[in-house]
Design a protein around this ligand. Structure first.
Ligand code: BGC
Length: 693
């Protein structure tokens, strides 16, 4: 770092908005069109500029700025988590990373891993669900894939940005012991798995201090305990106080768009002159950024805008969608029988496309928005549909069926169309987006549409395209339910192939669906209805009892449990064993495909201390997805991450596994009693930064 001047170091730590809009006073001809961020290079030493683009579903277009960048749209992060297939997630990540490269970006702002505590959080679609192991390992796999393109990605939003309402002002109150085995563990596992070059600190406060100037979070947990070698960037505009930011461990400010606002560039220099920030801190910031870009390959293998193999990428996004679309109910109606001659497809623009999630992560598919003119009028709007028609794909899949479409806007007309068909398929959507939270009731009275169709035709299947969990008041009255999440730019095909049986569904819920909002730790998102600048606290009193752990601790039965996912074949698991090998808990079992067709099983291994004493009766300790031909079987061995057997002892600053007997349960969902064995574990202490990935 000694060759760089102070100005050059300051250049590396200051990021501007990249987008070419009037409100961005720092529009640089060097920045990429419609991008989130730009950090100038240091040409004197040949150091690359940093071109930053959102996000987890592919190369995004920043804030409604035309011309839209048309790129391959991956399914939502939540769908990818629901694949329970890290190899698939890594391929998906590699694909979007290659499009980032080919679009001239060497930093991708992807890798959202905030835990799903509130199902109404508008950004749940970008994240990996409610369980720290699933979220951390699946998002970590995406990150690994992205960075295989010699670019940097950022895991975000660190930490506890678990709601959007008041995100810049909310103060999250959470107990450290609980934090270390919930949200922070998800980040820790994602970082170990994916080795992201960067971490993005979030807008909110944690226990009274903004995340980006939170000494405990950045210096102690991330850099000291976890030994994180990369750099911390702010979320766009999440910097507040130059000195506190710098001293707490922030390395790069981002999203500067107006003179006088933020400007670490000048203020940091003054702070160094006045002695408020040691000069060594700036060296460390610049060193972390430069070292990371070099280590990840972004310097030796510079990005260059170039061609994209869209056909190959379509296959990747389709495979991801087909692995994560989740069959949640099937009274034998699916796959659609060849005897179903007349099919009614109803609602949600299923004639032209599939929904995508909004906000900074918005990716436009090739062909643009298939349904123009939908609100909201301003960012994070409008709602964007990828032009992948489920209707057209169903017609291709089922060439002998007569398939009618009804827009679903008039209940009577929809019911009449349904009544004439052998099977009615109702599509229902819930648009979600950044900077907003959402009701769990389907919007636009779609519940009424579903009820009306189900009354008119008892062979009704519902296909959902939602950001996360929604309420399903009609569940008992429909014969089939498929959750397609936001399925990406080949989503229409993937949905049709699951319905027709060309694909055997293998997605499983990485989240629980409540029966009613009264089952949630916070039935309403805290802060809703408050004045825009009124500060408020949200207490995570449930601690580490997030999702299925909360339901179980409170003896509540959700509508659909974590882990649920049906298949068109059947699996039998047996020969469960659990033993200590050295210090590690190894779990073995056999799984057999006992049905007539090939499929993929997802086995969940839950662990629980027989004596109790955790935040909830059990936790997910390991999982495995296994592909099996009909009648084939396979032996599976898994290792349980010891942190999932531990509580965090704040005083000792360590994870602590209590000596005792533990139950190991092999199951298909959090509600499945499954099969159990017990194993005795010795006491074990692991440092706060211990990782096994
Ligand atoms: C979002 C980040 C995003 C950034 C840049 C912020 O509003 O919270 O996730 O990476 O904007 O677009």
């Amino acid at each position: 770092m000694h060759e760089l001047t102070r100005e050059e170091k300051l250049t590396l730590v200051t990021g501007y908005f990249g987008v070419q809009k009037e409100w961005n006073h720092f529009r640089s001809p060097e920045a990429r069109l419609q991008s989130a961020g730009f950090v100038a290079g240091v040409s004197r030493v040949g150091f690359t500029p940093q071109w930053q683009s959102d996000a987890g579903s592919g190369v995004a277009t920043q804030g409604e700025a035309p011309p839209e960048l048309e790129r391959t749209v991956l399914p939502s992060g939540l769908l990818t988590a629901c694949t329970f297939d890290p190899a698939l997630a890594e391929r998906a990540g590699a694909m979007i990373g290659s499009e980032a490269r080919a679009s001239g970006f060497n930093v991708m702002l992807a890798g959202g891993v905030d835990l799903l505590r509130d199902p109404g959080n508008g950004r749940n679609f970008e994240y990996g669900g409610e369980d720290p192991l699933v979220a951390g390992s699946m998002v970590g796999a995406i990150v690994r894939g992205i960075q295989s393109n010699h670019i940097v990605t950022t895991v975000k939003h660190f930490a506890f940005n678990d709601q959007e309402t008041g995100r810049g002002i909310v103060n999250v109150i959470v107990d450290e012991a609980a934090a270390r085995i919930s949200d922070l563990l998800a980040f820790q596992i994602a970082i170990e798995t994916g080795a992201p070059g960067s971490i993005m600190c979030s807008y909110n406060k944690i226990n009274g201090t903004y995340a980006c100037q939170n000494e405990w979070l950045l210096n102690r947990v991330l850099k000291q305990d976890w030994g994180y070698p990369g750099y911390v960037m702010t979320d766009w505009g999440a910097q507040h106080d130059t000195v506190q930011n710098a001293l707490a461990g922030l390395d790069q400010e981002t999203g500067v768009s107006q003179p006088g606002k933020y400007q670490w560039l000048d203020k940091l220099s003054h702070a160094i002159d006045s002695g408020a920030v040691p000069a060594a801190r700036l060296d460390d910031m610049a060193h972390r950024i430069a070292r990371t870009l070099i280590e990840k390959g972004a310097v030796d293998d510079p990005v260059n805008p170039g061609p994209i193999d869209f056909a190959a990428h379509a296959a990747v996004t389709q495979a991801d969608a087909e692995g994560g679309i989740t069959l949640l109910k099937n009274d034998g109606i699916l796959p659609l029988k060849s005897s179903s001659k007349r099919i009614a497809v109803i609602g949600s623009h299923a004639d032209v496309g599939v929904l995508t999630g909004g906000g900074s992560a918005q990716v436009y598919a090739r062909g643009g928005n298939a349904v123009r003119g939908l609100g909201p009028a301003h960012w994070p709007g409008p709602q964007v549909y990828a032009p992948s028609s489920p209707l057209a794909a169903l017609r291709t899949e089922l060439p002998n069926a007569e398939i009618a479409f009804d827009a679903g806007t008039d209940l009577k007309a929809a019911a009449a169309t349904a009544a004439k068909a052998d099977v009615a398929i109702v599509f229902a959507t819930q648009w979600t987006a950044e900077a907003m939270d959402f009701s769990l009731t389907l919007p636009d009275e779609q519940d009424k549409l579903i009820e009306a169709v189900a009354r008119a035709n008892k062979h009704t299947v519902v296909v959902l395209e939602t950001g996360g969990a929604v309420l399903l008041p009609w569940l008992g009255r429909v014969s089939g339910l498929v959750e397609a999440w936001y399925p990406g730019s080949e989503g229409g095909k993937a949905i049709a192939r699951v319905l027709s049986g060309a694909v055997n569904p293998s997605g499983h819920l990485a989240l629980s669906f409540p029966k009613a909002i009264t089952q949630l730790p916070r039935p309403k998102i805290v802060g809703e209805g408050l004045a825009k600048d009124q500060a408020f606290d949200v207490h995570y009193d449930e601690g580490a009892a997030v999702g299925y752990r909360y339901y179980e601790a409170k003896h509540l039965e959700p509508e659909l449990p974590f882990g649920l996912g049906l298949s068109y074949t059947a699996f039998k698991r047996d020969a469960l064993s659990a033993k200590l090998e050295g210090t590690e808990l190894r779990v073995g079992f056999r799984v057999k495909n006992s049905g007539a067709r090939a499929g993929k099983d997802v086995a969940l291994v839950f662990v629980s201390p027989v004596a109790g004493g955790w935040e909830a009766p059990k936790r997910l300790g390991a999982f495995a997805k296994t592909e099996l031909a009909s009648n084939a079987s396979s032996e599976v061995t898994l290792t349980v991450d010891p942190r999932l057997l531990a509580t965090f002892d704040v005083k000792a600053h360590a994870f602590h596994v209590a000596k005792g007997t533990y139950r190991v349960t092999l199951a298909s969902s959090a509600r499945d009693p499954g099969e159990s064995v017990t194993v005795t574990l010795p006491e074990r202490t692991l440092p706060a930064g211990a990782g096994v990935h």
